[in-house]
Ligand binder design. Structure first.
Ligand code: GAL
Length: 380
C-alpha cells in the first residue's frame, strides 16, 4: 500500500472513532435511554435548548419545540426565540435551528427581543396543510401583565414561522359555563384588589372573568390539544392564574372560536398538559409557585368540556411533593405503545436559564389515576 493511502486510511479510522465518541458525549441520553435531569446533548454534543416545550409527531419524525434560553437570569427572557429539534426515536435529537426568531430591529414589536415567550407548542393543520405555533407572550418590559397568546404559522414543520398576532382570548364572549355572578358589574375598588399569587388570595367573588370579558381573558401557562376529530383546543391558566380555561380553536387553528369554558376555579392550576386515553381526557398540571417546583396535580373527564374530576398528585415516592423538581410541559403518547404515555417536565434553573434540565418519565395508571415514579435511566 502506498504511504499516502495508509495516511488516508488512518485518517478515516480516526474520523469514524471520533464521530462515535461525539454521539455519546456528556450523557447517555443519545443512544437508547432517557436520563432525566442530566445534560441531554443534541447531534452536535450541545445540551438541548427547548424548555417549556412540546412535541409534534409528523410522519416518521418527532419535532421538539421549546424556549431557547440563554445564560444567566437574563436568559429567562426571549433573546433568541423558539428552538426546534428532530428525532426518529426520541433519544437522539438533531438541531433544526430556530423555528421562530424574536424581532431584533423593532423594540416595539410584539415579539421584540427581550419579550417573554413561553411554552411554545406546534400542531399540524390539515385544512391549510401548514403548521401552527401558539405560545404564551408577554410584551417586552411589562412583566407578566400582558397575559397574551402569540400565534405563528409555517408551511414547513421546522420553520421559519411567521408571527401572525398576539391576542387576549375570547374578547366579548362569555364561557359556556358562565354564572350569574360573573355578569355583575365589577366595582372599580375590587378590580385593583387582586395582584396575583396563589390560594387563598383569590375569592371567586372578585369576578376576574367579568373584569376581562370585554378586552379578552388572560392566558399564561398553556398547551394545545388536537382531538381525534381534528378539533383543536387551547388550554391556559386564566383569571390571574386562578382558573383554567379551555377554548376551542377555529378550523385553521389560528384563532379562538369564542366557545370556551372555565374549570378548577380558584385552584391556580399551571402548566397544563392534556392527553386522551381510552376515550377519557386527562390533565397533568402543577400548582402556582413560579419557577420553584410544587406538588403535581391531575384530573380526568369524560369530555373536554367536563365534568373535570381532580385526582391526586400523579408523582409518587421520594420527591413527589415537588414533582421530582419538575413542572409539566407536555404528555406524549409513547411510540408504538397504545395507551402508554411519557410525562415531559422542566427542571427550571432561573439563575442560569440555559442550564434547565428535562424530566421525562413514563406514566402508568391505577384505574384513572396517572402515576409517575422516578427513574434515573429508562427506555420505553
Ligand atoms: C411558572 C410558569 C413558567 C414561567 C414561570 C415564571 O409558574 O410555569 O412558564 O412563567 O412561572 O415565574
Amino acid at each position: 500500500m502506498k504511504k499516502t493511502r495508509i495516511i488516508q486510511l488512518c485518517f478515516l479510522l480516526f474520523a469514524v472513532a471520533f464521530a462515535g465518541c461525539k454521539g455519546k458525549s456528556g450523557s447517555e441520553q443519545a443512544g437508547g435511554a432517557f436520563t432525566p435531569g442530566e445534560l441531554w446533548p443534541d447531534n452536535n454534543g450541545v445540551h438541548i435548548n427547548a424548555h417549556g416545550g412540546g412535541i409534534l409527531h409528523d410522519g416518521d419524525t418527532y419535532y421538539w419545540f421549546g424556549e431557547h434560553k440563554t445564560e444567566g437570569t437574563a436568559g429567562n427572557n426571549a433573546l433568541v426565540g423558539v428552538h426546534c429539534y428532530s428525532s426518529k426515536d426520541l433519544y437522539n435529537w438533531k438541531d433544526e435551528g430556530v423555528a421562530l426568531s424574536v424581532v431584533t430591529d423593532d423594540s416595539t414589536h410584539s415579539i421584540a427581543k427581550g419579550c417573554i415567550l413561553e411554552r411554545p407548542k406546534v400542531i399540524y393543520n390539515k385544512k391549510n396543510n401548514n403548521y401552527v405555533m401558539w405560545f404564551h407572550l408577554e410584551p417586552k418590559g411589562a412583566g407578566y401583565s400582558g397575559a397574551l397568546s402569540g400565534i405563528a404559522v409555517s408551511d414547513k414543520v421546522a420553520g421559519p414561522y411567521k408571527f401572525l398576532r398576539a391576542v387576549r382570548p375570547n374578547a366579548g364572549s362569555w364561557p359556556t359555563n358562565v354564572q350569574d355572578i360573573h355578569k355583575q358589574r365589577v366595582p372599580e375598588s375590587d378590580r385593583s384588589k387582586f395582584t396575583g399569587g396563589s390560594l387563598p388570595a383569590h375569592p371567586d367573588s372578585l369576578n376576574l372573568l367579568g373584569r376581562d370579558m370585554e378586552g379578552g381573558q388572560m392566558a399564561r401557562d398553556m398547551n394545545l390539544f388536537v382531538d381525534d376529530d381534528g378539533k383543536a383546543y387551547h388550554i391556559y391558566s386564566s383569571e390571574e392564574n386562578s382558573t383554567l380555561h379551555i377554548s376551542l380553536l377555529t378550523d385553521d387553528y389560528t384563532n379562538y372560536s369564542a366557545t370556551y369554558a372555565r374549570f378548577f376555579p380558584g385552584r391556580f392550576m399551571e402548566a397544563p398538559a392534556m392527553f386522551k386515553r381510552d376515550g377519557k381526557y386527562y390533565l397533568i398540571m402543577s400548582g402556582c409557585t413560579g419557577w420553584a417546583p410544587n406538588a403535581g396535580r391531575s384530573a380526568v373527564a369524560p369530555s373536554i368540556w367536563g365534568p373535570w374530576e381532580e385526582l391526586e398528585n400523579p408523582f409518587v415516592g421520594e420527591g413527589s411533593d415537588l414533582s421530582f423538581h419538575s413542572q409539566s410541559t407536555y404528555v406524549l403518547p409513547a411510540p408504538g405503545k397504545s395507551g402508554q404515555f411519557i410525562y415531559m417536565g422542566d427542571r427550571w434553573t432561573p439563575e442560569n436559564a440555559i442550564d434547565g434540565r428535562y424530566i421525562w418519565l413514563p406514566i402508568r395508571f391505577e384505574g384513572d389515576q396517572p402515576i409517575i415514579e422516578w427513574q434515573d435511566k429508562w427506555s420505553y
